[in-house]
Design a protein around this ligand. Structure first.
Ligand SMILES: [Ca+2]
Length: 119
């Protein structure tokens, strides 16, 4: 299969190809669904998991909490554990980033409320 790369940005910036968009034969970034936690309110240690699908293959999945990397996962199932007791109670942002074999990237995020104190 003939693969072409989009290097227009690099050419515009001075002639050094920066092929950041991946193969034009792979125009689809991974599709991510956060499968856990499903609850709006979490406590203690919970599993943080995602379904990631891509037509050419998933290279890497990264789990983040409030913008900080929690874990990378290179193979299915894409999952890690998240110790919510390390954080203050309140709303925190979970994010999953994925990259396919051609360098196409995507991400999804959701907010969850951490509540470890009893009252
Ligand atoms: Ca792809």
């Amino acid at each position: 299969m003939k693969t072409l790369r989009i290097c227009a940005i690099g050419l515009l910036l001075g002639g050094i190809p920066a092929c950041g968009f991946g193969d034009v034969t792979d125009g689809f970034a991974p599709f991510i669904t956060i499968t856990s936690p499903v609850e709006a309110e979490v406590a203690n240690v919970v599993s943080f998991s995602a379904n990631v699908i891509d037509e050419t293959g998933v290279a890497k999945v990264t789990f983040l909490v409030d913008g900080a990397v929690l874990a990378d996962d290179l193979e299915e199932p894409y999952t890690t554990s998240w110790d919510t007791t390390l954080l203050e109670d309140g709303v925190h942002l979970l994010q999953v980033k994925a990259e396919d074999l051609s360098g196409n990237k995507s991400s999804v995020s959701k907010g969850v409320t951490v509540k470890n104190t009893k009252n």
